[in-house]
Design a protein around this ligand. Sequence first.
Ligand SMILES: [Zn+2]
Length: 416
Amino acid sequence: MLSGRRYRLELTDDQVVLCETFGDICRSVWNTALEQRREYRRRGGWMNYVPQAAELAEAKRDFPWLSDAPSHVLQQTLRDLDRACREHGTFTVRWRSKARWCPTFRFPAGKLIAVERLGRKWGRAKLPKLGWVRFRWSRPLGGQIRSATVTRRGRHWFVSFLVDDARTTPEKHAMPNTAVGVDRGVKVAATTSDGVFHGRPFATPGEVARLRRLQQKLSRCKRGSNRRKAVVASINAITGRVRNRRADFCAQTAAELTTRNAVVVLEDLRIRNMTASAAGTVDAPGRQVRQKAGLNRAILDKGWHLLELALRNAARTTGTSVVLVPAAYTSQTCNECRHVDPKSRESQASFRCTACGHTAHADVNAAKNILNAAGHAVSGRGDLGIGRSVKRQPPATRTRTGRSPRAARAAGIPVR
Ligand SMILES: [Zn+2]
């Protein structure tokens, strides 16, 4: 199984300059090649990887600065562009702007990359043209390297290795006949059909206040000024921390859900459509833009899509299958009598059926409906009621703000 291992690099000043240069060259190769592809499409033709790689080799004679970056890194950029255009369409793929794009480039030949451990905390890797780069040995490599990607996020540079860890996805889950429905909400990130709320605040109140002040400050800065750059850097530092916490939460929740369940059912939210619709077009500006902007923030804030990705990733090691069901009416349907009425949802949190009077937490009710939609009947524990452990505690409705060690151990996750 292929998986990623990311480490924080500790580059020398010369290496930072080199990495920035490689990033700049890759960016201009990407933009030039993308423009060429678009030009071909406008004339009804096609451009693809092989002729572009040949043209790149020729272009090196006229533009010697292209040779400052390793050639297979540039070829890899063309390959990435090729894949992006095939998957998303030539006119949907974006330009890489100097201001918005995080520099990143990939060394595709894993065999050329040597990795050594230097001590308890440090390791080093030999990358073409960069030489030995030191990184924090935060986890074992655990496999054979296929490729290495260097990226800058904010102030720091990272290297991620794609490794083949020789593991395979199990044919059968360790706990067959278990299933759970997950409702992704605005208030609580994820609620499961067994009544557990998975959520934690990703930004502290202090960070939220500071972010608001910084955004006000940013609106008063002149474009292109040094002051603006400093403010943007401070904003990025905070949002970077928030992003890390969100990724950590999604990975932990995904590990817990996939370890305990052979089937995880999610609603198919099409988050991109929901977030993209707010602004509208110049001719028809989106209505309720203000409200939508607030909702967008909340949606992106909870990492709904990230949770799905984390579940799919974690499912590879446990053999869990992740199922998507249509999202329509899951929050308006009564789980007891199947009556559909938007009035049944009294408030954000409470659900009271207008037909049979069944009351439940609105998110738990929705999570049960999601599980039902995949064709699984819900028992009291949210599993199928077969092969359940006698020792397992009956589920209590609780909000988990952090990870309780007992729950973590029960889910098979090592606790430090
Ligand atoms: Zn009902």
